[in-house]
Design a protein around this ligand. Structure first.
Ligand code: PGA
Length: 521
């Protein structure tokens, strides 16, 4: 195999419904960073599942594709779906000419060629399936049969177009339940002939994948072949565990290549070591964390609380709001999320402030660090934290963006952590030329010690705060992010879910310490 990423993909054929598709995509998005250097992953859901799967995989390099497409422009073609439509639904590639379509829909080489042209013109990468039936294999004509299929599918394409086409060699007799996979002796001559044919037609880097009863026991051997550039898998990759198992096995044998997005320094550092969860004490943490131990908060003012309840209740796990002064406003807070209220009146004594927040149903309080001179409110943090803990709440301390010079910032982070904050919200360090923020965020992570922290998404034009910046902070050890409702409201609906899924792939989780229960006598 030459030096490039190895393709590993699955077509779900007609097997999944929305719940299992979402679960598959959700788990895959958490694992892809482990494969970016060597594998190029793709998933081909049914047309109806494309938007959901594409939204969940957005922000990751895992490609999503359709299983078929009609070659014509949008028009009177009942029951069919155009290139434009699958693209709008999130597809980046499209499978064409699978033997099941050739058999069940009588698709010919000419149909395949039309679809390849339409896909290329519409910006989709075609994945063309070819393969001989058993009778052709038994009469020893597999090489000329398959080569002819490939040349028909690619007839007249320019060299540039040829390099966008992926070929999947899938002998018909090797596909599906009860079939036996091709051996290397059987498939290598076909792959080599197809590669030659494509090179003669002008391709400079042709890619030929193998498909047909690929399973956990043969994947590594197949992937090690110098003429196999990828594996296209059906039933043994339909469960996410099966797919990830194959990815692990293939990843171990293919040589490093150039992945679709070479990992940044940050990604390499992040995937190199395990990420130990930050342990926190229950009880109120449980409501503040989502299922993967991620803290995704939304900072909002009073009028926005109502719209949050509808749009974001599922994605965010905590709402931080300045609405605490007026209990009537809190009726609109999303029910599933934890609620953190601002410490409204710093003149009131700690016990009274905390009791009032508890009456309003709060799970915690937010105190800004910098409202009391250069030393910060150390004594106040201590008193409030103690009172909060008595009533099962947490104390969130937020450092505002006034001074993001790294040395000053890390000093204040360490003080706030030592004073007893349960959770820190930190500004992202100011930009420096050529730096992606990882090293600076690492310094914040060290300064925070055992206290979980989340970066604050800021709104100024020159500030950090893009989803990428937040992901970098999570790679460096943050446990989520505090999003700004003004930004989130401007996003298309799927983007919040996609951002949360991407953060979850990188963030250092928070795990509630199991309470020690006295042994029963
Ligand atoms: P299979 O299917 O892995 O279930 O044999 C392969 C395919 O049809 O692409």
């Amino acid at each position: 195999m030459d030096e490039r990423a190895f393709w590993l993909g699955t077509s779900w054929k007609m097997t999944k419904e929305p719940r299992s598709a979402a679960e598959f995509a959700g788990r895959l998005v958490r694992r892809w960073p482990g494969y970016t250097d060597r594998l190029r992953l793709f998933v081909l859901p049914s047309h109806t599942l494309l938007p959901e799967v594409a939204a969940r995989l957005a922000g990751s390099p895992v490609l999503v594709g359709a299983q078929d497409v009609h070659p014509a422009e949008p028009g009177a073609h009942t029951g069919d779906v155009s290139v434009e439509m699958v693209r709008a639904a999130g597809a980046q590639l499209v499978e064409i000419g699978h033997s099941e379509r050739r058999r069940e829909h009588r698709e010919t080489d000419a149909d395949v060629r039309l679809k390849v042209g339409a896909a290329l013109a519409g910006g989709l990468r075609p994945l063309v399936c070819v393969g001989e039936p058993r009778s052709v294999r038994e009469s020893d004509r597999a090489v000329p049969y398959v080569t002819a299929q490939v040349l028909a599918a690619c007839a007249g394409l320019t060299a540039g177009q040829l390099d966008r086409v992926l070929i999947a060699y899938e002998p018909v007799w090797a596909i599906g339940t009860g079939a036996t996979p091709a051996t290397l002796d059987q498939l290598e001559p076909v792959h080599a002939a197809v590669l030659d044919a494509l090179r003669s037609a002008g391709a400079s880097r042709p890619s030929v994948l193998y498909g047909g009863s690929v399973h956990q026991g043969n994947a590594a051997e197949l992937a090690a072949s110098p003429v196999v550039h990828g594996l296209f898998v059906g039933r043994h990759a339909w469960s996410v565990d099966g797919f990830l198992d194959l990815a692990d096995r293939v990843h171990a044998v293919v040589r490093p290549g150039t992945g679709p997005t070479p990992p940044t320094v940050a990604a390499r550092a992040r995937t190199a070591g395990p990420s130990t969860p930050r342990q926190v004490s229950p009880p109120s943490w449980r409501r503040l964390l989502n299922g993967s131990g991620l803290l995704v908060g939304l900072d909002t003012d009073r009028p926005a609380l109502a719209s949050l309840a509808r749009r974001t209740a599922e994605a965010v796990s905590l709402v931080v709001t300045s609405a605490g002064a007026d209990p009537a406003e809190l009726w609109n807070a999303p029910r599933g999320a934890g609620l953190i209220l601002d410490v409204a009146d710093t003149a009131t004594d700690a016990a009274q402030t905390v009791r009032r927040a508890a009456r309003h149903g709060a799970d915690g309080l937010r105190l800004p660090w910098d409202h009391r001179g250069p030393d910060g409110p150390k004594a106040e943090v201590r008193a409030l934290a103690e009172q909060c803990h008595e009533l099962g709440m947490i104390l969130l301390v937020e450092l505002r963006a006034r001074d993001t010079h790294l040395r000053a910032l890390t000093g204040r982070v360490a003080e706030a952590a030592a004073a007893g904050a349960d959770l820190l919200v930190l500004p992202l360090p100011a930009r420096q030329d050529g730096d992606d923020g990882f090293v600076a965020c690492r310094a914040l992570d060290t300064a925070a010690g055992p206290v979980p922290w989340i970066p604050r998404q800021t709104t100024g034009a020159h500030d950090r705060g893009s989803p990428h910046d937040l992901v970098v902070a999570c790679q460096a050890g943050a446990s989520g992010a505090l999003l700004d409702h003004r930004r989130v409201n401007a996003w298309p609906p799927a983007r919040l879910d996609a951002t949360v899924a991407t953060l979850a792939a990188f963030a250092r989780p928070v795990s509630p310490r199991t309470p020690v229960t006295p042994a029963l006598a």
